[in-house]
Design a binder for this molecule. Structure first.
Ligand code: PRP
Length: 180
């Protein structure tokens, strides 16, 4: 698997340090508020697992599944949302955790859904943010790392057709594996 990686962008150590910083920022904002961490499956499961273990306050964790159609290199626009737990959303302060925000369609759709269900507040937390791909405006309150270029990245939850999510770092795939 490692032989498929062309370049490592964020190492395991850099990620661990950044996640700790993010958790501190999150705790600063939610001091004295009950927090519900909503994890967007599948990609966010690694980031969320590390993030919540750096939060020292009580949090409730809920999983949602956002599906954009297709298994290819670029996300399609239509997004369906499935909430995996039976949750009463009224009055909840929600931290919505994603692995990456590209076009913003998924995050925007998820935030709107949770607010429509009665959440008191929803803030977005993305491990990776790529504003250059944005198609819809979305406020990402907490960002791990920013991607400047169009590179297709895998690892730390991010996949290509279900593979590479378990890499402990983020890297680009070798050209011949990227397709397109
Ligand atoms: C990826 C990622 C985000 C979304 C970001 O999900 O996890 O949910 O795309 O793209 P956008 O900002 O352009 O909407 P994907 O549908 O690949 O599913 P996954 O989380 O299971 O990998």
């Amino acid at each position: 698997m490692e032989a498929d990686i062309e370049q490592i962008l964020f190492t395991r150590e850099q990620i661990a340090e950044r996640v700790k910083e993010l958790a501190a920022q999150v705790m600063g904002v939610y001091r004295e508020k009950d927090l519900t961490v909503v994890v967007a499956l599948n990609g966010a499961f690694v980031f969320a697992a590390d993030l919540v273990r750096n939060l020292v306050e009580h949090v409730e964790i809920v999983f949602v599944r956002a599906r954009s159609y297709g298994d290819g290199m670029s996300p399609q626009h239509e997004v369906t949302v499935e909430i995996c737990d039976d949750v009463e959303w009224d009055g909840r302060h929600v931290l919505l955790v994603e692995d990456i925000v590209d076009t913003g369609n998924t995050m925007q759709r998820l935030m709107a859904e949770l607010l429509a269900r009665g959440a008191a507040s929803v803030r977005a937390c993305a491990f990776l943010d790529r504003p250059t791909r944005r198609e819809v405006e979305v406020d990402v309150a907490f960002v791990g790392f920013r991607l400047e270029g169009p590179e297709f990245v895998v690892g730390y939850g991010l996949d290509l057709a279900g593979h590479y999510r378990n890499l402990p770092y983020v890297g680009t795939l070798r050209r011949e594996l990227r397709g397109g």
